[in-house]
Design a protein around this ligand. Sequence first.
Ligand code: ASP
Ligand code: MG
Length: 416
Amino acid sequence: MKVFKFGGASIKNSYAILNMVKIIKCYKNDPLVIVVSAIGKSTNLLEELLNLSLKNESLQTQLDYFKNYHIEIINELSSKEPLAIKVNKWFERLEELLTSNSKTVYSEYYDSVVSIGELISSTIINYFLNENGINSIWADARQLIKTDNTFQEGKIDWSSTEENIHKYINDKNGVVFLTQGFIGSSTENKTTTLGREGSDFTAAIFASSLNAKSVTIWKDVPGILNADPKIINDAVLFKELPYQEASEMTFYGAKVIHPKTIKPLANKQIPLHVRCFETPELEGTIIHDCVLTSMPPVIIYKENQCLVSFKTKDFSFVNEKGLSIIFDALHQLDMPIHIMQNSAISFSACIDYNSQKMEKLMEVLKAEFTILYNNGLQLVTIKNYTQESLEKYKPKVEHLLEQVSRNNYRVLIHAN
Ligand code: ASP
Ligand code: MG
């Protein structure tokens, strides 16, 4: 069994979907699980619709845009009525959710609305694969991937997920299972999502559960590079990477793979290929068990950062008890620390900026600490730095927090 994942960009229009079919046809005799994201940027559109509905503002223009975007692709791909009818059912469900008066808790509502992107894309692609002679079965990821009740960031219940996947998916030659990335369901069978860009993680969950031979993520880049080629023009491609390097790169903010993807694969020694869907003849990058004799510097920019400082109110030093209170609050709110520093009476941590979570954090800790924060920051990491790379890539602006270890140089600056 092999697992393929196609992200939003690799299915963004009818041309891209035709290209996807071409790729799948080359693997026709392999048992395959195919994981798809929502088409193009439709998850962002769904987020916009959700916010408009919460503000009770008019939805019509955005809703029409969302529908027409999909309808155009359907019309270009297939002239068959049944597909339009199937997709229309999802449009109706979306409208019903957006206009209902019983909007529950934000994150629960978010998951039920935003998951529709993947439900639609998988419906379209499954239909089109069958129309093109590929025996494809539409698998509802909500019935296979079980999570806890944390909406927007569901934590996987591995044992029931593995059991469900085993029961449902079998490796019959010539059959592909087509499923949705990013979504699952809670203990109460409500739809949950796994965090933005979580479809890579879905592919890893299927692969791990099935002890698959490999996972391939088809992307709009030639593989994994040592920097974002849109920012740094002499970026170099890795032919192979050890699991640990790849995992660390995602921790520091490399966006090429979702950070939760590597662990389940590394634990089962399943190789992960990152390949370009436009030039499938290229080999891309393979992440597996290997040793590299030298690693070039890797330059990573993490956006939307915020530096929060917690200051004691009575001039006492911030001790371990105080730190444990801060860490516990950050953990409860799912606000991971990317870099931190302590001084006599204050402690600073760099985290992703999220206004709602920040309000909650201040609420929880305001009795104990005076809390100040700066947002609009960028965290720059030069992993495996050399003197030359430091001279070239170290930002020449004010440094809000800087840390140097034997391997990594990291600095927090104002984003420009
Ligand atoms: N469609 C979801 C998102 O855009 C999941 C994914 O693309 O992986 O966040
Ligand atoms: Mg996406």
